[in-house]
Design a protein around this ligand. Structure first.
Ligand code: ATP
Ligand code: ATP
Ligand code: MG
Ligand code: MG
Lengths: 228, 228
């Protein structure tokens, strides 16, 4: 479902260039549960943003769900994102002026794949699944850090994506709450979805089937997860 | 340095009240290294915001550095905060339009305790201590999640605070980078500062001398850290 070859991402900053990705090649078979690990600043979020079609590479090839995303225009890229990909951002990126419930409903309205009559029920169920059934009316600034993270997770699942990209989804959660989220991911994976999870926590990475390690914008190791 | 008695914090939300803190009493001796743990939503950040004089309790007594903070006006509260407390926010809260360096310089300019001629050198050293010597000119949106977190840490240390409050400061960091930060905290503690650290990670909590556990807005356990 993802085929990346020699991805390079350079941020030009006046005299200095930052080579955030320095030639990354990676194939993710559909239905895989993959973890990406690596030091802070090694390029994990940059790679996720490319796979998630939120940004384009400086050079290299990238096919997502069979489509060459470097060739798609903004509208078709947005359509691919909305229908196929669910993205949990490292910094949540919730819409501040609307409730948790409306944050989860929003992508359903934009994509239109979920029938109108089912949306509210689905949004509430997703929030219950991440333990926030009692917080649906809260605004993001009326939620704890871990609660905002969980709204971001529920929102990413709104349109039942084929490919779930989660950038450090348990960083703000205690072990028990984090484990509940990972069990949810495990079940979504069992149902056939592809999951890519960025994490700093080896216990979290052990839920995946395969682990890719990034250092300084390059893949330095690919391992089969010990628990796979 | 902190004496809290029966702290209650209620958020009124129309028909429903959220009792984020439900009678918390805690004494933190000056020079202690304390960890606060508990499930997502248990009231840790709320408690930190009260201790950090960013918010007032609904009821209860709170003395910080000998002063009754429920009685101080905004200006004197701001002065106490600026001179005595360094706060690392769970969501970083960097100023988006200025660089990492300027984010660290800003509190120095506001408080005036660090002599003008020394500020730039001090800010650069703090950024180097958190591993960001090569990122001083970057804007927050040109930094990775873990890099933003580290700028927030450097900024909290800008005015050499007596009391450092760090709300999940390693949540976005890999083990090696996180450990470097904790070694820095350990050294600051050794020099006599009081450190209060909210964390979900037992390995991080083990750097502290004492661990307080919150559940549903109440302290349910107080333990001596196994490694103390
Ligand atoms: N817009 C930008 N301009 C310049 N440099 C950038 C920009 N965005 C990211 N970088 C740099 O690129 C590198 C990779 O960033 P990225 O966010 O991918 O790291 P990461 O592996 O996700 O780190 P973390 O674990 O801290 O989240 C970082 O060193 C960062 O400073
Ligand atoms: N402004 C607010 N209005 C209403 N409820 C709030 C508000 N701020 C926080 N809460 C609620 O108070 C509870 C405690 O929040 P707090 O941020 O202290 O939790 P926390 O222990 O820091 O959690 P986490 O580990 O997820 O960061 C949460 O359940 C949250 O939903
Ligand atoms: Mg990142
Ligand atoms: Mg919190």
């Amino acid at each position: 479902i993802v085929r990346a070859e020699n991805l390079v991402k350079v941020y030009r900053m006046g005299k200095v260039d930052v080579r955030a990705l320095d030639g990354v090649s990676l194939t993710i078979p559909e239905g895989e549960f993959l973890a990406i690990m690596g030091p802070s600043g090694s390029g994990k979020s940059t790679l996720m943003n490319l796979i998630g079609c939120l940004d384009k590479p400086t050079s290299g090839t990238l096919l997502v769900d069979g489509q060459d995303v470097t060739r798609l225009g903004d509208r078709r890229l947005a359509k691919l994102r909305g229908r196929t990909i669910g993205f949990v951002f490292q910094t949540f990126n919730l819409i501040p002026r609307i409730s948790a419930l409306d944050n989860v409903l929003l992508p359903m309205g934009l994509v239109g794949a979920i029938p109108k009559s089912q949306r509210r029920k689905r949004a509430i169920e997703l929030l219950e699944q991440v333990g926030l059934g009692h917080r649906v009316r809260h605004m993001p600034n009326e939620l704890s850090g871990g609660e905002r993270q969980r709204v971001a997770i529920a929102r990413a699942l709104a349109n039942d994506p084929k490919l779930l990209l989660a950038d450090e989804p348990t960083g703000n959660l205690d072990t028990k709450t984090g484990r509940a989220i990972l069990e949810l991911f495990k079940e979504l994976h069992r149902q056939g979805r592809t999951i890519v999870l960025v994490t700093h926590d080896p216990d979290v990475a052990s839920y995946a089937e395969r682990i890719v390690r990034l250092v300084d914008g390059r893949i330095v190791a690919v391992e089969t997860s010990p628990s796979a």
